[in-house]
Write a protein that binds this ligand. Structure first.
Ligand SMILES: Cc1cc2nc3c(=O)[nH]c(=O)nc-3n(C[C@H](O)[C@H](O)[C@H](O)COP(=O)(O)O)c2cc1C
Length: 213
């Protein structure tokens, strides 16, 4: 198990060239969607929407918005991590009501939790930049997605190289109260992507990990 995890993590790389002819199966994609849904978030607030773009025309139209990075067109599925532009009491109440429905808890039993969240993410210091907070949360989903994809021998390329405003416009996100945080094309590498076999550039264990006994 441990060896397999490391083997898969070494196998994954930020894929520069996808094979446009290979598509992720519906069954595999469904597993990856479930992994996205299972991603944890602060308070469990899930301030995100995952847009899955399979439409070839739309993927191609996003290449100019991605600094001409061809991966967004050649991938099988283009995943866009969008987040709430604002956190309001409505988002807090959505969580309270969903919790109540799933766990059978009386919403009023969560009054303290509700005011705690509002005082933090809506009206508190983190509420001053709730979109920044939401973007941090979306990177947890990104990491989760990338790791799960690697375990399934599916390639992807996390991407910050894009113009959020152009994505937001193309995907009509503003009217849904959303904005693009990060994107991740997924699919299968071409056989001879020269980046696939480059040695990983990582700092040493001594550099990165400090253990305090
Ligand atoms: C948040 C994030 C944004 C990135 N943006 C891009 C990008 O726009 N284009 C690209 O080709 N690679 C992008 N990368 C890939 C990194 O350059 C790459 O992950 C890093 O150099 C480590 O290499 P590896 O992933 O191949 O192991 C991004 C990676 C992360 C995590």
């Amino acid at each position: 198990m441990n060896d397999t995890i490391l083997e898969k993590l070494r196998w994954r790389y930020a894929t520069k060239q996808f094979d446009p002819t290979r598509k992720i199966s519906d069954a595999d994609w469904s597993t990856l969607e479930e992994a996205l849904i299972l991603t944890p978030s602060s308070y469990g607030l899930q301030p995100w929407k995952f847009l899955v773009i399979k439409n070839q025309e739309l993927k191609e139209s996003l290449v100019p918005a991605s600094y001409k990075q061809q991966q967004v067109a050649d991938c099988s599925h283009l995943l866009v991590f969008a987040v709430n532009k604002n956190m309001t009491e409505a988002e807090i109440d959505k969580l309270i009501h969903t919790t109540s429905a799933i766990r059978g808890q009386d919403p009023s039993s969560m009054d303290y939790f509700r005011s705690l969240m509002i005082g933090d993410i809506v009206t508190g210091s983190r509420g001053e930049d709730s979109v920044g907070w939401a973007k941090l949360q979306s990177y947890i989903a990104l990491g989760n997605f990338m790791t799960c994809a690697a375990m399934m021998d599916i390639d992807c390329c996390p991407m910050e190289g894009f113009v959020p405003k152009m994505y937001d416009e193309s995907l009509n996100l503003a009217e849904k109260g959303l904005t693009t945080a990060v994107v991740c094309p997924a699919g299968y590498r071409i056989a001879d992507d020269k980046y696939a076999d480059l040695p990983k550039v990582r700092y040493s264990r001594e550099d990165l990990i400090e253990t305090i006994e």
